[in-house]
Structure formats: structure tokens, C-alpha cells
Design a protein. Sequence first.
Length: 555
Amino acid sequence: VSFEVDLSGDFGNYTDIQGDITINNVVPGSYTIYYSVTDNCGNTAYDQVTVVVEDCKLPTPYCLNGIVVEIMQTGMIQVWASDLNLGSFDNCPGDLTYSFSPNVNDLGVTYTCDDLGQQPVEIWVTDAAGNQDFCETFIVVQDNMGFCGSAPIAVAGLITDENDNGLLDAEVELSSGNMVMTTTDANGAFTFNNLEIGQDYSVTPGLNVDHDNGVSTYDVVLISKHILGVDLLDSPYQIIAADANGSGSVSTLDIVDIRKVILQIVTEFPSNTSWRFVDADYVFPNPMNPFNPGFPEVINFNNLSTSQLATDFVAVKIGDVNNSASTNGLAEVDDRNAAAFALTTTDRNLSEGETFTVDFTAEDLSVLGYQFTLEFDQNVLTLVDLVEGVATEENFGMTHLNQGVVTASWNGVASEGVLFSLEFKANKAAQLSDLLNISSRYTAAEAYTQNGDLLDVNLQFTNGLTAAAGFELYQNVPNPFNGETVVGFNLPEAGTATLSVYDISGKTLKVMRGEFAKGYNTINIRSTELAATGVLYYTLETANETATMKMIIIE
């Protein structure tokens, strides 16, 4: 039996429909569709359907990266949220509303002489359907004409990386007779208000946490090319970043320090801080040698008489020459090629008490370098020895052996043969492919093509199996703890995950939900957020998996 289907109504007329139809550019509203269905005997039936189209997509906000306004003769200035719009848009027709809060009537703000300096603001964008999203920026309030009379003066500025990304939580010291400190916001902005006229002031930024932020074997690749003169680093800030040991030059000794951080052999650069800061107005006499003369890391004001609202610094993440470090405390999203660099070994059945060697090879030897975390089941396997191949002992970290972890970082020109080998003892009978996998738990699993594209890394067995890290929840570190601890977990695919912390009675103390990347992720937890001591439990849930671990908070 065949049918002839005709449609009419608010979407137009369509005759003899044999499959799906697509109607574009439909605005939100209620629509009626009339169906007429006729069979091959001439019988006809009718029906009508009401289709309600709703706008559920959030608008896309774009903010100006700050504006500067000037106090008027009245001692005040009014700013509208729309003044900071930089082309925000929505997917559906209708006007957008700009406000300083979720309240759509909060359209403007008035600043007075008490507000001189940088003022962080949120710009909320609301579409015609009431959907909202926001972006963060700032307003610099100035009094260059002196309408505020003898109002106290301010020192303010921005701390951004070479690509103008604001650095969050940098500590900024202002010293005179005494010292005060503040931290930067998400835009990298800081302000010191109510300063005394005529005093001498020094502004000194600092940040010395997460030395491994943005540091990878690809940085080692680029620094190696610079040292060999094959491809020079092209900015003074990159060269400062490459000087990991703080010697005032770039050499293979810097590579040694950087690789130790990548491999988690050490957690800090022994002779340098995590971030360095350069006066943004400083012009390097010789950009290819920013160390001679030394660059200014402090801005001084003698006999301060007016507000200084452009006390800006360029932040340099040590060890990170390709500018991949996160400046806002959030994990960076990898732009990975769909392909992967595959390490290969032979699967086998293991006998209890057997000592054996696992040779790791690769078919694709064109990569510039690779790094990864190799995990083995320490309940079944005991690592006896590392056997050098193309990669040597300096390319491996054994700091986390007690957790069944070996970290690896290699770069160079690979020749055919065994890349490296690991000698194990089997504590019980098992299948090798069930005991080994590659993850990003400590050292991120990634490789680099000749063009600098980022590849994933996996482990393949010659029987066709692939050992890739699946869902796993790790023990929090440190544990027990008082202050802050880190919960690590591995996701086989990017997606939504929820971490819940609860006490032994089952009372929920904290719930954290978010979108996380494929591979290794972390969540920081402060003991003050839990308001509890003793034994607690934490559970990680995804759409398909659940795991629970125990943590201990001490007083």
C-alpha cells in the first residue's frame, strides 16, 4: 500500500511528501500543520498538529576587554552595560538586553570619586526568550581633570600573558613604609585605593604554584630547536620562559629541569619560580637576549602625586614556550588530531613467579616527541628494571612506582627498534593486556607531529587489543589532609561528571558537577568547605559509571 501525504499550514504547502522535510529559519512561536493522507484506493484522512518552537539556547556574550571612563564635573560618571558590548549575538530574532546583573533592569551604574581605579563587572546578555549568559570585564574610573579635588589616589593595573589573557590569583605587593597585598581577578586586574600623596611605592607581582601548568615535552622540542639554531624562539617572553633554571641563558640544563617537572620527579623548578613578571612598558634592547640587561620585575613610583592606573605586567609561565598554560585556573581544552601515536607490545599469558620483559615499539617514528603515564597493576606486577632503547633512563620518572606508575617524556629523532623495555615479575597468573594501560594521570598522554599537531597516545597489543585508560577514581592527595586535597579521576570520553562528598551517616556535605575532558582530570577540595573531620567518602558518577573512595580530614 502506498500513500500520498500533503502538508499545509503555517509552514507552507508541501505536496506528495515521501520522506522528511527540513524547514529553516523558524522563529519561536506556536504553529499549526494540517495533514492530508490519501491511500491508493482514494481514501483520504485528515489531522492537524500544533508545533511549539521554543528558544532554549543561551545568547553568546562578547565583552570589551575593559573601558576607561572619566569622572565629570559633577563628581560622578554613569556607565551603561551596553557600552561594554563587543558584538554579542543570539540564534533567534529579537533584541538583546545588556545589564550588570541577571536583573534586566540593572542597565547602568554610577561611579563617584570613591570608585577611582579598576572596577570588575559582569555584563549579562538576555535574549528575547529570557535566556541569559554573561562575560566578565572591568571599568577603569579616572579623574584626570581633578574634579575629585584631594581625593585619595590609586595604583591599578593588569597582569596578562603574552596573548593578553588575564592571570587569576597573582599576588601583588604594594610596599612603602609598610606592605599590603591583593590578588588579581579573572581579568588579571588589581587595584590599591586610598593611597597617600607624596609617598614612594613599589609594585611587585608574584605567583609560585603549579609549576607543571602548561609545561610539556613539546616545550622541550621547541627549546631544543632554539638551542640548535634550527628554529629560534621569536619573542623575549618565550626565551625568559625557556630559562627554567634562572641562569640568564637557555641551555640543555634548562631542558633537564623542565623534563623533571614533566616526569613528576620534582614538583617545582629548583632555581626558579613558576611565573615571572615583566613591566609591560619595558622595551627589550635586544629581544633575543632579554637577560642583558636584566628586565624589570618591579614598578616603582617616587613621590606619587596622581593615580597610576596602567601599572601593567606581562606574565611569563616558566617552562611553557608555546603559551599553553592556563591563566584562569581552568583546564585547557586540547585541540587534538583524531589520529593517535600507538605504542605496541606483544600480549601474553603470565605465570605466577615468572620474570619477563615487555618491549615497546612504534610503527610511526615520525613524531617529534611523546609523553605519557604508564600504569601497571602493582598487585600483579612488580617492576624489576628499566631497559634503555631509543629512550634512555633520563626519559622516565619512577617517583610514583608505589602506585604502579611510570612517567615518560622523550623527544628527538627515533630510529627503528625497541623504544624501551620494562622487566616485570608476575606475582600471579594473568593476561598482560589486562595489566597495562596508558593514561594522563600524572604526565599527560600526548605526542607531536612534525607540524606541531597534538596526538593522543595509546597502547596496542599485537593481538589487536588496545589498552586505553578507562573510568577510574583515584585516592585523594594528600590523605589524610587539613587544608586542601586533590581528587583525580580518569574519563574514557569527555562528558559530565558529579563528585559528591558525604559523611559516614550518608549526609551530603558537598556536590561538584561539571564538564570534564577525556583523560585525567582533577577537582580541588578545601576542608573548610566540608565543615567536618574524620572519615568521609567521595563518589564520582558519570552517565555510565560510579566509583567511591574514602578520605580523612584531620584537625
